[in-house]
Design a protein around this ligand. Structure first.
Ligand code: SF4
Length: 422
C-alpha cells in the first residue's frame, strides 16, 4: 500500500528541540514527498495562529489539523474542512469550574489562542527555551475577562496549566469523570480539554475522505498521548524515539528522535524509497587502487549495496598519487612516503575531494579501510613502517568526521547498519 498522506505532530516530532525550526533535511524530505504527489498535513495541539512560522518553513504543506484534532484546515483553499468545537454550555461549565482554583488556563477559539493580560508572567516560569517563550508570547491574543469570552464564543479547546498546584489531582479527576469531554496531557503540568471524540485520527479521517484514500495510506508521526489515536489508526504510525513510553509501546514503528531528524529519515526510507548513501573505500570494493596495485576486496562490504547506495572513493588517487606508489604513513603533522617524500599536500587534497563528493551526494555515512593513513579510523600505522599501530585517524577519515559524516571501519558493519536503522 503506497503512502498518500504524511501527517506529523510538531513539538517533539517535526520541530527541532528549539520548538521553532524545521531542519533542512526534514524540509527537503517532505518537499520531495510532496513533489511525488504525497499530501502533507501538520497535526498539532497548538492552534492555527501559533504555527504560521512553521507553515512558512513548509510552504508546500496542504493541511493543518489543530487544537488536537478539533479542526482541520485546507491551506491551499483556505477553508475549514472539519470542526468539532466544544458546545458553549460545556465550555461554560469548564471555565466556571476552573475559576474556583488558582490555575492558569487559556482558551482556543477560531484558530486563535486567548489569555488574560495579567497572566503573561506565567510563561516566564515555564521550563522552555527562552527564544521559544518570547516567540510564543508574541502570538497570544489577550482578553480582559477570559471566562466571559469563553462563554460567549465557540471554543475548540481549553488548556489548563497546574505546575506545582496542589489541586492537580482534584482537577484531573473532575475532568476524567466528565463524560462530555476528552483530555490529554502531552506535557507534564498541562491538560488539554476538547469535546469527547476529538482526536487527530478523526481529523485525518476527514482529510482521507476529501482525498479518497484510507488510513492504511497514511504515514503519521507523534511523540505524546495526544498523538496516540493518530499513530494507531495510520497504516504507518511512527512514535518518536524521544516520545512518551506509551507512544513508543503502542505505535507500529519507531522513528529516530526529533534531534536526529527522525521524521526525515523515515520519510526518505518509507515514502521516498531512498537507500542511504554510503562512501566506501574503493579498495574494499575490489578496485586495484592500493599502494601496491592490489586491493582489499571484502565480500561483506560489497554486499552492502543491497541496503545502501554506494559511492566508491579513493582519497590517495583523488590527491593525484599514482598506482602503484610507495607506501606512506602519518609522522606527526605530516604524511611521508617510506622513501622520505612529504606527501601531506596530496593527502589533504584527496581528503578535501572526498569531502566534496560526500557533500555533493548528501552521504551521511562512510565505511573506510581500517589503519590506512587516509581512510583509517581510531588506529593508524605509527610512522615507523613496521606494521605497529597508534591511536589516531587517517587524514580523510578525520576530515569527514569533523564535518559530521559518520565513519566506520570494515569491522564495524553491524554498527553502521544500526546507525542507519537497517
Ligand atoms: Fe584504499 Fe583508502 Fe588507500 Fe585508496 S586511500 S587504497 S581507498 S585505503
Amino acid at each position: 500500500m503506497s503512502i498518500k498522506l504524511i501527517a506529523s505532530d510538531l513539538d517533539g516530532t517535526l520541530l527541532s528541540p528549539d520548538h521553532l525550526t524545521v531542519s533542512p533535511r526534514t524540509v527537503k524530505a517532505l518537499r520531495e514527498a510532496h513533489e511525488k504527489g504525497i499530501k502533507i498535513a501538520i497535526a498539532t495541539g497548538r492552534t492555527l495562529s501559533m504555527i504560521y512560522d512553521v507553515i512558512d518553513q513548509l510552504p508546500f504543506a496542504d493541511y493543518v489539523i489543530y487544537s488536537n484534532g478539533a479542526a482541520a484546515y485546507d491551506l491551499k483553499n483556505a477553508r475549514l474542512i472539519y470542526s468539532q468545537p466544544l458546545p458553549q454550555e460545556i465550555t461554560a461549565d469548564i471555565v466556571d469550574y476552573l475559576e474556583g482554583f488558582e490555575v492558569y488556563y487559556e482558551v482556543y477559539s477560531g484558530g486563535k489562542q486567548f489569555n488574560q493580560p495579567d497572566k503573561q508572567g506565567f510563561f516566564k516560569t515555564l521550563n522552555l527555551p527562552q527564544e521559544f517563550l518570547d516567540d510564543y508570547i508574541k502570538k497570544l491574543y489577550f482578553t480582559e475577562h477570559l471566562a466571559d469570552f469563553a462563554k460567549q464564543n465557540v471554543c475548540e479547546k481549553v488548556n489548563v496549566y497546574y505546575f506545582g498546584n496542589p489541586a492537580l489531582g482534584e482537577i484531573k479527576r473532575h475532568f476524567e469523570q466528565d463524560e462530555r469531554v476528552f483530555f490529554t496531557s502531552p506535557v507534564e503540568g498541562d491538560i488539554e480539554i476538547t469535546l469527547k471524540g476529538v482526536d487527530k485520527a478523526r481529523a485525518i479521517d476527514a482529510i482521507c475522505k476529501e482525498l479518497g484514500i484510507t488510513q492504511a495510506q497514511v504515514m503519521a508521526f507523534g511523540d505524546a498521548d495526544n498523538d496516540l489515536g493518530m499513530l494507531k489508526a495510520a497504516g504507518f504510525g511512527f512514535a518518536m524515539e524521544n516520545g512518551d513510553e506509551i507512544c513508543r509501546r503502542e505505535a507500529r514503528f519507531l522513528a529516530r528522535s526529533n534531534a536526529e531528524d527522525g521524521v526525515a529519515r523515515a520519510v526518505e526510507r518509507y515514502a521516498l524509497g531512498k537507500k542511504p548513501r554510503l562512501l566506501v573505500s574503493a579498495c574494499l570494493l575490489g578496485e586495484n587502487c592500493k599502494y601496491n596495485g592490489g586491493n582489499n576486496k571484502n565480500d561483506a562490504v560489497i554486499a552492502l549495496w543491497q541496503d545502501f547506495e554506494i559511492i566508491p572513493v579513493c582519497p590517495e588517487t583523488f590527491g593525484g598519487l599514482p598506482i602503484p606508489r610507495v607506501p606512506s604513513e602519518i609522522i606527526g603533522e605530516r604524511v611521508c612516503s617510506k622513501d622520505g617524500a612529504d606527501l601531506t599536500a596530496e593527502f589533504l587534497s584527496g581528503a578535501e575531494k572526498t569531502l566534496y563528493i560526500a557533500n555533493e551526494k548528501n552521504a551521511l555515512f562512510a565505511l573506510l579501510k581500517e589503519r590506512s593513513p587516509s581512510c583509517g579510523k581510531g588506529r593508524v600505522y605509527d610512522g615507523s613502517f613496521s606494521g605497529a599501530l597508534v591511536s589516531g585517524n587517517g587524514i580523510t577519515a578525520d576530515l569527514l568526521m569533523k564535518r559530521g559524516i559518520m565513519v566506520f571501519g570494515e569491522s564495524e558493519i553491524d554498527k553502521l547498519l544500526d546507525e542507519a536503522d537497517l
